[in-house]
Ligand binder design. Structure first.
Ligand code: ZN
Length: 312
């Protein structure tokens, strides 16, 4: 376990097996006896985590709570292996996202995206590796709003997924925000479902912008992201994200002087991204277009997106 701040904050890195994916962070707050996030699904990693905790004089049974930043599989994977009496603190909708109902709702919503058969296959392939429903039986989640602990504050943080929360360690002024703020990329999930309606959540990008502005005002100096190293340039990072968002919006609006389908826009805005992940490319661009539709700048007619006709 890597020590980040002397005897206070530790990081445990996990990587998905056989996949060239980025390492996900699990944080351990030693004084508070709290874990933040639970990595990819891997029993071997769970055993490794146990060992590394005992190397720093700590046992897994002593953990007071596991706080989960959001529902994606690289942050909740090991939850099923922890002793059942350890409380899991998270957004209450996490219960929905690890249930089989979520899986069914996702499958029903994919045709709404208006993708080609090949593109749908890509999305489905991604979903198989993201099957969270087997975790549904583990235990119920405790609502983060009811959690009280000295030195820790938790708040809702929407934009990357439907269950994002932010955690601030008050005395060290460190924020843990999962994947809401990553150094190199940001992405939303195209198949994130609104648990109340069972339909695609179309508000992620809209909330992302609002929450970026909210985060800029938060009192923290360091950011401990879900992937990658501790970041000390909060303001620059947030400004960079806001700038990039408006750059993409402008580019999309400009492109849509000619009506285009989603995959055509995706290739133009994020060229080459499909080599990394077609799923993430679609996700980014689809939610960007939803934001522009919400702002009445563009519209979707049939299968194509275009500049909105101004009514006289
Ligand atoms: Zn992640």
């Amino acid at each position: 376990m890597e020590e980040i701040i002397e005897d206070r904050l530790y990081r445990f890195k996990v990587r998905k097996k056989n996949v060239n994916s980025s390492e996900a962070n699990i944080y351990f707050l030693k004084k508070e006896q709290i874990l933040i996030d639970a990595g990819y699904e891997s029993y071997d990693d769970y055993i490794r985590l146990n060992k590394e905790l005992s190397n720093i004089g700590f046992h897994i049974e002593q953990i007071q709570a596991i706080i989960i930043t959001h529902h994606h599989s690289d942050h909740i994977g090991m939850l099923q292996y922890f002793p059942r009496y350890i409380p899991i603190i998270a957004h209450p909708d996490l219960n929905y996202y690890i249930s089989s109902r979520n899986n069914g709702d996702i499958k029903n919503s994919i045709p709404d995206l208006g993708l080609s058969t090949e593109e749908e296959m890509q999305i489905k392939k991604h979903l198989i590796s993201f099957d969270l429903s087997k975790l549904g039986v583990i235990k119920s989640i405790q609502d983060f709003r009811g959690f009280r602990m000295k030195n820790i504050s938790i708040f809702e943080l929407s934009g990357h997924s439907s269950t994002d929360i932010g955690i601030i360690l008050e005395d060290l002024k460190i924020a843990f925000t999962g994947d809401f703020l990553l150094e190199k990329i940001f992405f939303d999930s195209i198949v994130d479902i609104d648990p109340r309606t069972g339909q695609l959540n179309r508000k992620l990008k809209i909330k992302f912008k609002k929450n970026l502005l909210m985060m800029r005002k938060q009192g923290f100096n360091f950011l401990a992201p879900g992937h990658g190293d501790l970041i000390t340039t909060k303001k620059n990072l947030i400004d960079m994200k806001l700038k990039r968002l408006s750059k993409y919006c402008n580019r999309a609006t400009h492109l849509l002087n000619t009506p285009l389908e989603l995959n055509q826009i995706a290739k133009k805005i994020l060229p080459g991204f499909e080599k990394y992940s077609l799923f993430l490319q679609f996700s980014e661009v689809y939610l960007l277009l939803e934001l522009l539709i919400q702002q009445n700048k563009i519209e979707k007619v049939g299968g194509v997106f275009k500049i909105r006709e101004q009514s006289s």
